[in-house]
Ligand binder design. Structure first.
Ligand SMILES: Nc1ncnc2c1ncn2[C@@H]1O[C@H](COP(=O)(O)OP(=O)(O)O)[C@@H](O)[C@H]1O
Ligand SMILES: [Mg+2]
Length: 250
């Protein structure tokens, strides 16, 4: 008997005008596993996640969350099924006009109907989990360093104890020490929440820390998949190029 996947893209295609981005993508993540999605810029990694979040519609195929196709659910049911998902957007994407705690508590207040006092307490707890002091709660995003903004974004992703987490380039633009701390935080949250995670990254160091498994997206499909430990023996030219940080051999 096979165990149901937490998340599965099945034959998913997506194009913008004449540009085909995803072309029959098949990818599945088992419960409690952490997957790193690798790929060159513009290959459709962010689109892959946005389709799973219902922020975009696929042209063909299905996205199954806990075995249920979410691409054709009515909006209200889709929102309900997304209640257990946390997301760290590329670039952090905090609201400039809201203090950090309201950013972190945004979903609690606006979707879950949690009162402001309790929401603030839970935001401060989430900030502590990503090693941000309580006084950060009342600051505005523009007053934080890039690394602290990423941590705040991470706190927002984990605040509702989600069972599925998406991270879109969580360490891009950070210095290696801050990036290392973010990677450890992600790994720690995934392990201690026991949740499933999909992380987009260009960074092989991150992939090895964050992920149990790695998948390479290219030309609209997964062209290589293996465990993080398989990376060093991978014979796929694109995977080798990523590991060595070298141009692709033609
Ligand atoms: N909303 C959109 N409208 C038109 N083109 C888009 C849109 N979103 C993404 N694309 C295009 O799809 C391709 C893949 O984008 P993306 O998923 O962001 O790539 P990446 O792998 O770097 O995350 C890019 O060429 C991008 O320009
Ligand atoms: Mg992207």
């Amino acid at each position: 008997m096979s165990v149901m996947n937490k998340l599965e893209w099945r034959g998913v295609s997506k194009q913008f005008g004449a540009q085909k981005v995803l072309d029959g993508l098949d990818l599945a993540v088992a419960p409690g596993r952490s997957l790193a999605l690798l790929g060159r810029s513009g290959q459709g990694k962010s689109v892959t996640i946005k389709l799973a979040l219902g922020l975009m519609q696929a042209d063909a195929g299905e996205v199954l969350l806990d075995g249920v196709d979410v691409t054709h659910l009515p909006a209200r049911e889709r929102r309900a099924s997304f209640a257990s998902i946390g997301m760290l957007f590329q670039g952090g994407a905090l609201f400039d006009s809201l203090p950090v705690w309201e950013n972190v508590a945004f979903r609690l207040i606006n979707a879950d109907g949690v009162g402001r006092r309790e929401a603030r307490e839970r935001a401060v707890e989430a900030l502590a989990l990503v090693k941000l002091a309580p006084d950060v709660a009342d600051r505005y995003p523009s007053e934080l360093s890039g690394g602290m903004q990423k941590r705040a974004g991470l706190a927002r992703a984990i605040v509702g104890s989600p069972s599925l987490l998406f991270f879109d380039e969580p360490t891009t633009g950070l210095d290696p020490i801050t990036a290392g701390a973010i990677n450890e935080l992600i790994r720690d949250r995934v392990t201690s929440l026991g949740c499933t995670a999909v992380s987009i990254t260009h960074d092989m160091v991150s992939a090895r820390v964050i992920a149990d498994e790695v998948a390479m997206l290219d030309g609209g499909r997964i062209v290589w998949r293996g465990s993080a430990g398989d990376l060093d023996h991978a014979d796929h030219p694109l995977v080798r190029a990523f590991i060595r940080g070298e141009p692709l051999e033609e």
